[in-house]
Structure formats: structure tokens, C-alpha cells
Design a protein around this ligand. Structure first.
Ligand code: M6R
Length: 608
């Protein structure tokens, strides 16, 4: 969704702002704009549509060595140039970009209109530009502080003042901002992707921080006027690589990166010598682990699906009662949270508003919650305080792929660590750990020799009327993930079901135009799932079966057979999901979809 960039330094700001905005494009947006300082006023260029439209409209010699940029995903007011950010005050001497929602904007707007201010947009943001202007009396930070004290809602803002060339004032409350220190230049962004190519030394603003940013760095204070300093962090190397390389799409690149992203997630965490696992970020001693009564795993979309696998592992491996729940449902159902319960919030972006809301709900009720997050320093990671980074590296395609497998791997490591403390002997622990450590190379081998049958499956599903995805236990989570991918990338109607539920109703939908994708690894549920295959085939369905390599019976009953390397049940999702990711990617490609930026979707869903 919305993104912010800022630059202060010796170079011309506009090209750097455009580059930063391009790096934020993956988040989803519908208009974009930049503002730079030009003598005694601000110069603003905004356009509806992609950053390339904006780039075409920006004069090659756009002046200014200080500037801010924004990608907007419309909330208040339609997708128009007037509503695009940055917004100026009435004197055109102040420009402001904003992420978040100002909840009391109508009241503030009415008051400002009574004072004679003429608004030029329908946005909630414009009130901020006029308020900052109203309070400006020579000190830009003071003006921003006074304006924000009147505001209810969420914000990440960047403001420039014609009277203060070489200064950006930034402030955050609920919408992330990160400042990066270069050599004689300083960068601002709502997302570390936008600045990782320029600097890896960053500081994350906390809620109610205000930063005065100049060429030399930053000075921080709090909304209440007190001073504060924050630790400078170093972005991991993987964050610098957000290009497509030789790949035609980020999604394919990210699918193919899974051997490395999985290995990164597991590195140093599985400990073969003790048969256990180490997750320093959880900071739990064996007594804490022994006292856990229940584990809840919360997330949305793909992260929820990873959570289903994680909860299954907690229960079956560590023998701790566990459940996974969609964060947006959990947060409003007034859940019972016990002192000895433990929660995980799973999120690639770390910015999903529904998941962040669930984190707060657990905390309000005195519960413990740990992040399982990819983006370092993101809001969920910070709100949880403790947790596990999954280290997938930048995931740019809207469809989550490598983050899913890393989330599953991280939750399996947590389950192994808890299991080793509570239930598992060293030999069983070691054998689980060894198998987990072997997964990245099995994934790599399979991806390198992707079976032709994936293309046969593409042919079948793209011609189908409706596609079913079936599985049982953790394979049901994989079915849900496969169906989600096919919906979002290929826009094909489909549905995932626990295989045994078919006979309780959905089987009525089956005919020869409903391809059925069945995930059936060679585990204790295999024979039962094979019976479901027989039932849907008897009603005319053509069946694509994802099964363990060497399972000849599963291969024989399939119309299209896709073998994947064998793995024990809890690890099987790391392998069975691969053909489903490629099925979605290749179907989307065959149907001419916008693979990396599917319609109506944003990478980071920062509104409820
Ligand atoms: O960043 P998060 O993992 O919290 O995002 C959650 C969902 O919005 C996300 O997984 C979404 O479902 C993806 N587009 C799935 O591919």
C-alpha cells in the first residue's frame, strides 16, 4: 500500500526519489508524486497510475537537493492527481506526504475551513499540511509536533519546508519509517527496500518519534518534546538484492530462491549435536518452555497457512495443544488468553494491520506473543519485541512464495526446540533436525528438474470451470495455499477443502470440467485421500496428484502425476507446495496476467 521516500544530500533529489518509489512499487498503489525544494517554494509533480507516468512528467532538470516522494493507495478520496501526495499548504512553502489514516480529519478540516483555508483535495492528509503551516513559526519540528498533537489516527509523515533547505521532518505513529545514513546524504523510507541499495545503516522510528533529518544524519525527539536516541541497525546483505536478475518475474525468481532462503532460515538454528534447536530471538529458557499450556499462531493469507502447519507441528511434535487462526477474526472475538499461553504472529511484511491488531489484543490481555517475521524492524517485529526473523530476503512479488516456506521452516524449528525440551529424545530430535536440514537441497533439486507434468496441469486448470484443491492435515494447509496462489495470480475460481469433507457437500460441484488437485504425500492419511480421489474420479473429475516420489499407486490413479521428494508428514509442505506455486505462476503466465502485480492486490496490507 502507500509508500514514502525522502532524500537530503548533494545530489539532485528527483531521480533518487523516483528510484526509491520504483522500489516501493511492489506494495501496490494507484498514484505517485514527488516534491522538492525550489527556492522559496516547493515544486510538486503528481500523476495517477504507475511511477513511470510520474517519471515521464518530471522535468529532467527538476531542481532541489531535498525532496520527498509518495505512492498512494487511495482511501480518502478517489484516484486523482489532486488527491495524490505530496500535498502543499496554501502558501506552497510546505509539502507533506503521509501514510496512514487521520481519523479526526473531518473535524480538523471544518475548523481550518472556518479559518479560511481552501482545500484542494478530498484527502485526510491535506489537513496535516495546513496544520503544520498554521503552527510554523520558524522551527519546523515544533510546527510538526504541534500539528500532530491535534491528530487522532495513524501516520508516517515526511515534511519539507522551503524555509529550511536540507531538512526533512519525519514522524511516525503506527506507520513505519526508517532513516538511512549515507556518505554526506540521508535517506528516508517507509520500507527498508527503498534505501537498501544506498545504505545499510538504518534507524527505525518508533511510534511518537519525530526526526529532523539533514545531510549529516538525524536528531530524534518524542511527540511530548523529550529527547530520545535509537540504535543504528545494519540491514542484512540479502536486503540489497531486490532486482529481477535474468528472471522475467519476481515471482519466479522468488520461487527459485527457496533453496537459499530456506537454508538461511535454518542456518545455526538446528543443533544436530543435541538433537534440538536454538532460537535466540525467543529468549526462553527450558523452564519457560516447559510451562507453555497452549500455542496460538496468528496470521493472514499465506502466513495463516504457514501457521496451520506450525500449529500442527506444535501439537504433534511438541505435544502442546495448538491452533492457528486468521488474525482479523481472532482480534475481535474477545479470545481467552491464559498466562501460560504462547502466541506467534506470522507475517512476511510485518506490517499487516489485521495481524498487528491481533498482536495488540494478545498484549492487552497480558499474553506473550512472538513475531515470525521477514522484514527486519517492521511494526509487528517491533510490537512483539521478541521473535524469529525468517530471513527470506526481499519478497517483491505480491504472491508470497519463499516467505511461506521460510515461515513453515521457522515454526518447525520452534516446534523442534519445544519438543526437545518437553517430549523428544535426542535421537528422535536429531533425526527430525537432520531431515529438516536436508530440505533445502531437496527443494533445489526438484526445482532444477521441474517435471513436464506441471505444464500439463496448467493446461488442465486453465481450461477448467472451477478448480478444487484437496488435502488432509498439513496437506490441507498446502491445498489452501495452492488455491490462494491460483486465485491471486491466475484469477481462476477455485476452492480448497479437507479431502474428507468433499462427500459432505462440495462433491455436488464435481463434473468433468472441475479439475481436482490433490496433495497426497505418503503418510498415514494417504490411503484415505486416495479414496477421495476415487470418489471424485467416479464423478468425472480429472485429477492432478502431487505425491511422494516412488508412490506408484498414487501416480497410477492420477490423470496428471507430479512427484516430489519424500519427506515425513510435518516437513512435506515444504516440498508439496512447490508444484502449486509453479502451477499458479505458469497458469497466470498462460492467461496473460500481471504476475508480480495482480489486480486489486497490495503486497503489504496496512489497512483493516
Ligand atoms: O505480510 P503478511 O505475511 O502479513 O501478509 C499476509 C497476507 O496479506 C499475504 O500472505 C497475502 O495473502 C499474499 N498475497 C499471499 O500470496
Amino acid at each position: 500500500m502507500c509508500g514514502i521516500v525522502g532524500y537530503v544530500g548533494e545530489k539532485r533529489a528527483a531521480p533518487l526519489l523516483l528510484d526509491g518509489l520504483r522500489r516501493l512499487e511492489y506494495r501496490g498503489y494507484d498514484s505517485a508524486g514527488v516534491a522538492t525544494l525550489d527556492g522559496d517554494h516547493v515544486q510538486i509533480v503528481r500523476r495517477v497510475g504507475f511511477v513511470q507516468n510520474l517519471a515521464a512528467a518530471i522535468p529532467a532538470d527538476m531542481p532541489g537537493h531535498t525532496g520527498i516522494g509518495h505512492t498512494r493507495w487511495a482511501t480518502h478520496g478517489g484516484v486523482t492527481e489532486q488527491n495524490a501526495h505530496p500535498h502543499a499548504d496554501s502558501t506552497n512553502r510546505i509539502a507533506l506526504a503521509h501514510n496512514g489514516i487521520i481519523e479526526n480529519h473531518a473535524l480538523l478540516r471544518a475548523r481550518l475551513e472556518d479559518e479560511g483555508i481552501v482545500f484542494r483535495s478530498e484527502t485526510d492528509t491535506e489537513v496535516l499540511a495546513h496544520l503544520v503551516s498554521k503552527f510554523y513559526a520558524g522551527d519546523p519540528v515544533d510546527a510538526v509536533r504541534k500539528a500532530l498533537l491535534l491528530v487522532q489516527g495513524t501516520y508516517g509523515i515526511a515534511v519539507i519546508f522551503a524555509a529550511h533547505p536540507g531538512v526533512i521532518v519525519a514522524a511516525r505513529n503506527g506507520s513505519p519509517l526508517v532513516v538511512g545514513k549515507g556518505d554526506g546524504e540521508t535517506f528516508l523510507a517507509s520500507d527498508p527496500h527503498a534505501l537498501a541499495a544506498y545504505t545499510r545503516q538504518v534507524v527505525y522510528l518508533e511510534d511518537r518519534d519525530i526526526a529532523r533529518i539533514d545531510q549529516q544524519g538525524w536528531t530524534l525527539s518524542r511527540l511530548d518534546g523529550s529527547d530520545v536516541s535509537r540504535v543504528v541497525e545494519v540491514l542484512g546483505e540479502e536486503w540489497a538484492d531486490d532486482g529481477r536478475g535474468d528472471y522475467s518475474h519476481h515471482m519466479l525468481k522468488e520461487i527459485r530462491e527457496q533453496p537459499e532462503s530456506l537454508a538461511r532460515c535454518l542456518r545455526g538454528r538446528v543443533v544436530p549435536e543435541s538433537g534440538g534447536a536454538r532460537l535466540g530471538g525467543l529468549d526462553m529458557d527450558p523452564r519457560d518452555i516447559a510451562s507453555i499450556q497452549r500455542v496460538g499462531v496468528l496470521g493472514c493469507g499465506t502466513s495463516f497457512h504457514a501457521g496451520l502447519v506450525g500449529a500442527a507441528a506444535m501439537e504433534s511434535l511438541a505435544r502442546i495443544p495448538a491452533f492457528a487462526e486468521i488474525a482479523s477474526e481472532f482480534r475481535y472475538r474477545n479470545p481467552v488468553i491464559g498466562r501460560d499461553d504462547m502466541f506467534f504472529a506470522v507475517s512476511q511484511s510485518g506490517e499487516t494491520a489485521d495481524t498487528l491488531g491481533a498482536v495488540r489484543e494478545v498484549q492487552v490481555k497480558g499474553g506473550r506473543i512472538f513475531g515470525v517475521v521477514n522484514v527486519v524492524g517492521s511494526s509487528i517485529a517491533r510490537a512483539c519485541g521478541k521473535g524469529v526473523y525468517v530471513h527470506s530476503g526481499p519478497e517483491i512479488a505480491v504472491a508470497s512464495t519463499k516467505a511461506f516456506t521460510s515461515q513453515v521452516a521457522a515454526l518447525l524449528v520452534a516446534a523442534l526446540s519445544f519438543a526437545r525440551t518437553r517430549t523428544l529424545g535426542p535421537h528422535e530430535g536429531k533425526s527430525f533436525g537432520d531431515e529438516l536440514l536436508a530440505v533445502p537441497s531437496a527443494v533445489g533439486e526438484w526445482l532444477q528438474s521441474e517435471p513436464q507434468s506441471v505444464m500439463d496441469a496448467v493446461e488442465l486448470v486453465t481450461k477448467g470451470r472451477f478448480v478444487f484443491f484437496l488435502g488432509r492435515g498439513v496437506s490441507h494447509a498446502v491445498a489452501l495455499e495452492g488455491a490462494l496462489k491460483l486465485k491471486e495470480i491466475a484469477y481462476l475460481p477455485c476452492m480448497a477443502y479437507p479431502a474428507a469433507e468433499m462427500k459432505h457437500g462440495p462433491i455436488a460441484l464435481i463434473d468433468r470440467n472441475t479439475p481436482v488437485v490433490v496433495i497426497v504425500p505418503d503418510d498415514v492419511m494417504r490411503d484415505k485421500t486416495l479414496s477421495t480421489i476415487a470418489e471424485v474420479k467416479a464423478r468425472g473429475a480429472r485429477v492432478i496428484v502431487v505425491h511422494s516420489a516412488g508412490d506408484m499407486h498414487a501416480a497410477r490413479v492420477a490423470d496428471i502425476s507430479i512427484p516430489v521428494p519424500r519427506a515425513s508428514t510435518l516437513l512435506s509442505p515444504l516440498l508439496t507446495v512447490l508444484p502449486l506455486q509453479l502451477l499458479a505462476y505458469r497458469s497466470g503466465l498462460a492467461l496473460g496476467r500481471d504476475i508480480d502485480r495482480p489486480r486489486n492486490l497490495a503486497k503489504s496490507v496496512t489497512v483493516e
